[in-house]
Design a protein around this ligand. Sequence first.
Ligand code: PEP
Ligand code: MG
Length: 450
Amino acid sequence: MTANALGSQTLAGIGAGSGIAVGPSFRLGVGAGARDAAASRGVVIADELTPAQAAHLDPRQVVAVIAVRGSTTAHGVIVARAKGLPTVVGLSETILTIVDGTSLLVDGESGLVQLDPPEAAVRAAHTRREHELDQAAAVRRLAGEPAITRDGKRIQVFANVGSVAETVRAVAFGAEGVGMLRTEFLFLERDHLPGEDEQADSLREIAEVLDGRDLVVRTLDAGADKPLPALEMPPEDNPSLGVRGIRVGLLRQEVLATQLRAVLRVSAERPVKVMLPMIATRDELSAALQIFAGARAQTGIETPLELGMTVEVPATALNAARLARDVDFFSIGTNDLTQYTMAADRGESRLASLTAGPQPAVLQLVKATVDGASAAGRWVGICGELAGDPAGAVLLAGLGVTELSMSPVLIPEVKAALRRIDLEQAREVALAAIETDSADDARALALELI
Ligand code: PEP
Ligand code: MG
């Protein structure tokens, strides 16, 4: 006898955050705010998990997250995965009809969700969980060591964070620094953007946790599926192609200038770099650099500071050589770069085969970026989720990327994979991966190395 009308069936979705867990279901309603999200427990079920909701889930109470919509690179999913929660998206809407408290077994690897699982399946899940925890503990023992390939090349492994708590986790999981602070996550639910002093205090708090490690502060990347109520932006028909990233900062220059002044102030005390999001043209970059120069003049702070930009638009990757003249580094946002290269919404679960994994065309754009950057002597990092997939990391390193930034929990595995490869061999494999016909084929080539 099962407790829910659907019986003991298994639903298939997309595995978006590894691990396995069993717990009672808890439905998080559409539009649920911080307080509802913070009070969630067990297996959280959402139609679509927003970044703000995900940010408030308490991993001591929540054991897994499942949703109807979303994909492996949707922002809510990125936040849930960063908390180490098994996550499955792309499930049938019937999951929204089960009664709260229904026992669910969630496999974040295979994407299977079993309703009212039989006791034997629950026991097997617990055994697998213990085994996974043992394995993770073994890999974590070396997490504090650098990632040096068999032929002696060091790849820097950094973390993507959006809060102080994540920064604490980043250090614990062996991050050598923060490769991308998503500053918009600091202000997700604010009615008003904090002023310069408060922003400087938030950055200082994160820099202090890093204790001398590098901190790359990405300026506000609001818009699309990261709306910031404080910015009061008008609705758009097609927000992913709309006013987002640097486009917001160029339309609302005081918002960007305030943030840059806060970054500059902290840079006088701590190792901080700044990164501009979603630059598509040299004109946009020049305009942003002017705002930066203005902020410098206003603060009077002359401490040198590395200034970089993300590469998230195909045009940017193709123009890397020209753009590289005006910046110190590039960090490739493979989530958006894949979305825009494949013309596939990164939050749409039905298009997961286009947005997940190392698409050969995206690898080609990574190569174009590295080629353009190296001509000008600039370094290239990655801040998209592909860096946190061991196979993806190997391909990216093979293409000449020297810094990989990812969710903290993924760092130990990626470092372990990088230690297993010979960089020269990874280079050959990465070039071969560009010539394949699918992300699966490209990934399979890399898996042979690790
Ligand atoms: C990306 O697009 O890959 C990226 C790192 O930025 P975000 O995920 O915040 O859009
Ligand atoms: Mg992006």
